[in-house]
Write a protein that binds this ligand. Sequence first.
Ligand code: LLP
Length: 421
Amino acid sequence: MEPFSYIDDQLYAEGVSVASLAEAVGTPFYVYSRGTIEAQWRAYDEAFAGRDHLVCYAVKANSNLAVLNILAKLGSGFDIVSEGELERVLRAGGDASRVVYSGVGKTAREIKRALEAGIACFNVESEEELDRINGIAGECGRVAPVSLRVNPDVDPNTHPYISTGLKESKFGIPMGQAAGLYEHATTLPHVNAVGVACHIGSQLTEIDPYLEALDRVLELVGELMDGGIELQSLDLGGGLGVSYYDEDPPEPDDLVMALMERMQDMGSRYQQLRFIVEPGRSIIGNAGLLITQVQYVKHTEARNFMVVDAAMNDLLRPAVYDAWHEIVPVVQTDVSDGNIYDVVGPVCESGDFLGRQRELSAVSGDLLAVLSVGAYGASMSSNYNTRPRVPEIMVSGDHYHVVRRREKIDDLVALESLCPD
Ligand code: LLP
């Protein structure tokens, strides 16, 4: 099933009319297609066929409890980067033993909590972090499972802010230091080096950078085996892109099959490795819309503006990455005023736009849908300009459920207090 389609000129999310949702919950709001989320996760899972594997959804892409719960029910693992994300996974019914913990700056408290919860693996990004984990595990009377996250120095050909596997990046352990650090790990009594991990970037639209990274990581695994260090898992991270404009990224199963083929080619010594991936965007990116209502249409000498009720605080990607998201009317019409519009929000910044130079026709009161915002939409939203965060709706067939209610001003100020006189 298409997640979003027009029936009689009306936009539908699965079997639910978007206009009826707007009527029910007001605007702006996010709406997600459960069927699409499940299908994308299964596409990864099924492509691994008989191989030992774990699909760890990257929680940062969209951390709504309902999303995590839907994936937990499918048997998903989770890639987390904070204590907060761990708590979300646990509250959503996720299994700690399927959690991998990434990130360059894990605090002592976060490490302790993750150890107590019994996560599958810490993806370690520095020698100091390894030593810290060893120390904390010792205090707790445990042995921490770790993978070293290596930096394979591969160019993923994506936006510089979301490239993570280049040698200039803050992420991972340089390849040249990795073997030495594995040796060091063997001397630490409270860590067990179970695997190797890497993540080269996000919104990748080609398979080649993955293959290059895989080759480099396998070379390291082979070198370690020769030295008597046997690893059990290989985590290649996330990063597969989605189509926002005219990109044509591979499908999850194409990627997985290409990776498995390369593993096969590299020989039988690697066949026992459990393969882990950490997809975020490719699971939920195209499963979400942001629905917004036109407030004003404004014409100036230089530009035409559609001022809408969603803003950069609701969807930050255009402002931060100059990201392009398609914007379509919720009710299609043949009428066109022939103008090109900048679709802008009410926030007091010129960077507050959802789309620029779009051919659109709408008048005050009309609804617009911003496409492909399931990933890094709601999860990157803020209260800037004291704007309450918008509701999130999950649609499944012809049912819908409010999975996050609209914030109230009381929610926004609840943690604040006046200074005493
Ligand atoms: N694993 C690690 C270690 C990561 O750092 C990331 C994303 C992922 C997995 C998931 O990557 P994905 O499959 O979603 O590409 N806010 C940016 C994206 C930042 C990605 C950060 N790391 C955006 O809106 O494009």
